[in-house]
Design a protein around this ligand. Structure first.
Ligand SMILES: *[C@@H]1O[C@H](CO)[C@@H](O)[C@H](O)[C@H]1NC(C)=O
Ligand SMILES: *[C@@H]1O[C@H](CO)[C@@H](O)[C@H](O)[C@H]1NC(C)=O
Ligand SMILES: *[C@@H]1O[C@H](CO)[C@@H](O)[C@H](O)[C@H]1NC(C)=O
Ligand SMILES: *[C@@H]1O[C@H](CO)[C@@H](O)[C@H](O)[C@H]1NC(C)=O
Length: 309
């Protein structure tokens, strides 16, 4: 055993030289294909692929490994020459990697490349705790290459609400936007849109309230593990009732719209709640609606003063 290891080491040094001086193509990763984001528990399995080239004559003792975050133990390892595959026993990945998945090239099984066919990971029903950095490492005695990519497994919130309260004894109206059970931590913004009349024309004044908000975020659920139950993020702000009175010069009811928007960074996940607020009608008939933002309103939000009609 030790003798053969010694022999291997000698060939390694010799061949490494060949590899560099003769410009032989040593093993090299051309692409690591990892979806940037997927939904928690999605039925569609995710495939993490590590595409590499190697030289069938030069590269010996090929080993393919996949790592997750900073864990030095691979979640998956494959040694084609020994026909040996081993899988993580970690809480997150045990039993989650599909052991039958193979990359087939060509229609006939005998055309399948025996040095690449088990290079990829297929994960069924990915869950939030699999959010992180995936690294693929391919080594041979002659060379090695590593590449990494991030994958976010997000969870949409179980509840998303925007509401207001106007206590009878207070001079203020309180607004509250709440996102519950979301993963990872979202970004929340709040905007206030007010109709104003200038020289006979209707305009919309859009104020970005995000700077003046109270913001809190914490993991929810009794285990307080965000990957299990997500985060609770709450935005609150108070506006003086006088502000509304001043801005409504016309006896006709002026409409105020409050928007709360959450986004999950590095994904395209975004949702908006709208609160329609009529200060004059106050508590009795102020209506609150929750709906997805329409394309028109998204456009309105981009500018600070935008023509309404
Ligand atoms: C609103 O303000 C926040 C915080 O300053 C900022 O991150 C966000 O991009 C602003 N939104 C728009 C539409 O300008
Ligand atoms: C993700 O999905 C799993 C399995 O369906 C579930 O147990 C977990 O609570 C979900 N995570 C979040 C943050 O919703
Ligand atoms: C934020 O919270 C602090 C303390 O709870 C409070 O004094 C302050 O008025 C709040 N600010 C806003 C904008 O609601
Ligand atoms: C918002 O849009 C999502 C997906 O487009 C949809 O599933 C959901 O029912 C909509 N919510 C409301 C309140 O319209």
């Amino acid at each position: 055993m030790s003798l053969s290891a010694g022999v291997l080491r000698i060939t390694c040094v010799a061949l490494a030289l060949v590899c560099m001086t003769d410009k032989t193509e040593c093993v090299s990763i051309t692409e690591i294909a990892v979806p940037p984001f997927v939904e928690n528990g999605t039925i569609e399995p995710v495939i993490l692929d590590c595409i590499y080239t190697y030289d069938a004559d030069e590269d010996q003792h090929l080993v393919v490994k996949w790592f997750f975050n900073d864990d030095p133990k691979p979640i998956y390892q494959w040694i084609p020459d020994l026909n040996k595959r081993s899988y993580s026993k970690s809480k997150i990945f045990e039993g989650r990697i599909d052991r039958n998945y193979a990359i087939l090239s060509g229609s006939k099984p005998e055309h399948t490349d025996k040095y690449t066919k088990f290079r990829a990971l297929k994960i069924n029903r990915p869950t939030t705790e699999m959010t992180g950095t995936y690294s693929c490492s391919v080594t041979s005695l002659q060379g090695q290459d590593t590449r990494s990519k991030d994958m976010i497994v997000y969870a949409k919130p179980r509840r998303f609400s925007l509401s207001f309260k106007r206590p009878a004894d207070s001079q203020e109206t309180q607004f509250k936007c709440q996102v519950e059970g979301i993963f990872p931590q979202p970004q929340l913004h709040m905007y206030r849109v007010e109709q104003t009349r200038i020289a006979g024309n209707e305009y919309m004044n859009v104020a970005n309230m995000t700077e003046s908000l109270n913001y809190s975020v914490e993991p929810v659920g009794h285990q307080r593990r965000a990957t299990k139950d997500g985060y609770l993020t709450v935005l609150t702000t108070s506006l003086s009732n006088r502000q509304f009175r001043l801005s409504s010069q016309s006896p006709k009811s002026r409409r105020h719209l409050f928007f709360c928007v959450y986004t999950i960074p590095s994904t395209d996940i975004k949702q908006t709640r709208v609160l329609e607020f009529y200060p004059e009608r106050l508590t009795s008939s102020a209506i609150s609606i929750s709906q997805n933002i329409s394309a028109r309103l998204t456009v309105i939000l981009i500018g600070v003063l935008v023509v309404l009609y």
